[in-house]
Write a protein that binds this ligand. Structure first.
Ligand code: NAD
Ligand code: UD1
Length: 307
């Protein structure tokens, strides 16, 4: 039986990955401080260790006996990284270095979550992996630093690593009640009740929304194939959607009209963020992604069953 450590495994993306690995018969240990993750997200059979990913002793103990590590633990909000710069640095960068350091003893492979936020405002869209990295946020700067430390882990210490630059991931279990959550979960939670939504800036900013099952498929493929050389890949669809169009689209699926309230732009907000998916598809053998309307319907169906 193959054994995996998933840091942040009780969170949104991590719990879907845990489900997938348990379903195919792997053993899963989750290290999570439950700051945004939830015990209830985990399937029966997953082992939960409650602890901090920036605590070297906790990570070393959690890594013991593992065949691979998926490192997903982080404070995933660009807005929170702006208000709590140092606190998010500890989780987002010190946490990653702690994982790479623990992995070097046994050369345990690490597949880790990077982000489209590393690109900042890229003038050429869709963005390819070789585009310049100029993060506009503390969050993106930490994710870029994770990639640099991953290259050290591989090049100096022989730890196989693969970084996945997720674009905007959405799906069931993303918290609709938290202001720090993803825009789809916030909009879906409010629009289905006929409530207004806040649009930061003019709403013409675009994002590449990728469904969580496609992200899980990329994580699993990256661990299975482990391409050499500490590569990084976009995990995205290649299709742009503006925030304003997103609101109207979700409202239409709910049979409602959307009421949009204009709010000032957010610190560090990227204008356009659409990824080129070709390199990941070729290197990891990924299937075409789920279309946005199908994913939105799944989110709305899930919300209907939960509250
Ligand atoms: P999430 O908040 O649901 O999951 C993060 C998990 O990490 C949570 O379970 C949380 O409790 C845990 N965690 C946070 N700090 C910790 C710490 N110090 N020690 C141990 N556990 C800690 O967010 P998510 O959307 O599932 O994000 C997972 C990963 O993917 C993160 O690294 C995030 O930066 C990255 N990512 C997410 C998106 C997205 O659109 N959701 C896009 C790009 C990258
Ligand atoms: C998201 C992820 C981040 C990831 C990045 C990669 C979350 C919480 N953040 O950041 O982890 O690394 O994608 O691309 O999942 N907006 C509104 N109204 C709202 C909420 C958001 O107008 O109520 C706007 C934001 O200003 C932004 C867009 O919607 O322009 C997306 O925001 P958000 O879902 O928070 O994601 P990102 O900041 O893109």
């Amino acid at each position: 039986m193959t054994r995996y450590l998933i840091t942040g495994g009780a969170g949104f993306i991590g719990s879907h990955l845990t489900d997938a690995l348990i379903a195919r018969g792997d053993a899963v240990r989750v290290l999570d401080d439950l700051s945004t993750g939830r015990r209830e997200n985990l399937p029966a059979g997953a082992e939960l260790v409650v602890g901090d990913v920036a605590d070297p002793a906790a990570v070393r103990a959690a890594m013991d006996g593992m065949d691979g590590c998926f490192h997903l633990a982080a404070i995933a909000s660009v807005a929170r990284a702006s208000s709590d710069w140092l606190g998010t640095n500890r989780a987002n960068l010190v946490g990653a270095i702690t994982v790479f350091d623990a992995a070097r003893a046994a050369r345990t492979p690490v597949v880790y979550a990077s982000s489209a936020a590393v690109y900042g405002d890229c003038p050429i869209q869709p963005i390819v992996e070789t585009a310049p990295t100029r993060p506009r946020s503390a969050y993106g700067a930490d994710k870029l630093a994770c990639e640099l430390h991953a290259a050290v882990a591989t090049g100096v210490h022989g730890v196989p690593t693969v970084g996945l630059r997720f674009f905007n991931v959405f799906g069931p279990r993303q918290d609709a009640a938290s202001p720090y959550s993803g825009v789809i979960s916030i909009f879906a939670g409010r629009l289905r009740r006929g409530e207004p939504v806040d649009v930061f800036g003019d709403g013409a900013q675009t994002r590449d929304f990728v469904y969580v099952a496609d992200v899980v498929a990329a994580l699993v493929a990256a661990m299975t194939r482990l391409p050499d050389g500490s590569p990084v890949f976009n995990v995205c669809t290649g299709s742009p959607t503006s925030v304003r169009d997103l609101a109207h689209h979700i409202a239409a699926l709910c049979g409602q009209a959307a009421t949009l309230r204009s709010r000032p732009p957010r610190d560090g907000d990227i204008r356009h963020s659409v990824g080129a998916p070709a390199a990941a598809r070729a290197a990891l053998g990924l299937a075409p992604p789920l279309a946005l309307p199908d994913g939105l319907t799944r989110v709305l169906d899930w919300l209907a069953t939960t509250r």
